[in-house]
Design a protein around this ligand. Sequence first.
Ligand code: TYD
Length: 144
Amino acid sequence: MDFEILDLRKIGGDEGFLVPIEENGDIPFAIKRVYYIYGTPSDVVRGRHAHKNQHQLLFCPIGQCDFILDDGREKTTLRLDSPDRGLYIKGVLWREFTNFSADCVVMVLSSECYDENDYIRNYDDFLQYTAHLSHNPQPQGNRP
Ligand code: TYD
């Protein structure tokens, strides 16, 4: 599946830690947008979409939650529970986030600005889109 878990660069020790994230260095894309999600009740399921042309790094600087990733053939669940562990999504993956701790903050660094046209929000459309991709491995559009 087209994602990686990144161990983020952690600087420090007894006096605490600092995690720097530089575009095209610590992460393999240029950052056009940063957003974060907080105050989510534990049992809410967020996400429920895929992006067509976007790379993202997601991590929880505070708290923890589960990420369910689906490439149209298989699903995997990951728990992000450390401020120095990131989920780098580079492929067209359906994603859902749930089981939020009360303090959870999900930070997202994205290769693209917000564009509703980049979303696939219907699961059947996602399956159709990924089936098309598996026959035509080059994604449509300006994928970084
Ligand atoms: P959405 O991406 O669906 O959130 P989630 O995946 O966390 O459930 O976005 C929720 C709303 O916020 C939707 O109306 C679009 C808007 N939005 C922006 O305006 N800018 C952004 O950068 C993002 C990510 C969302």
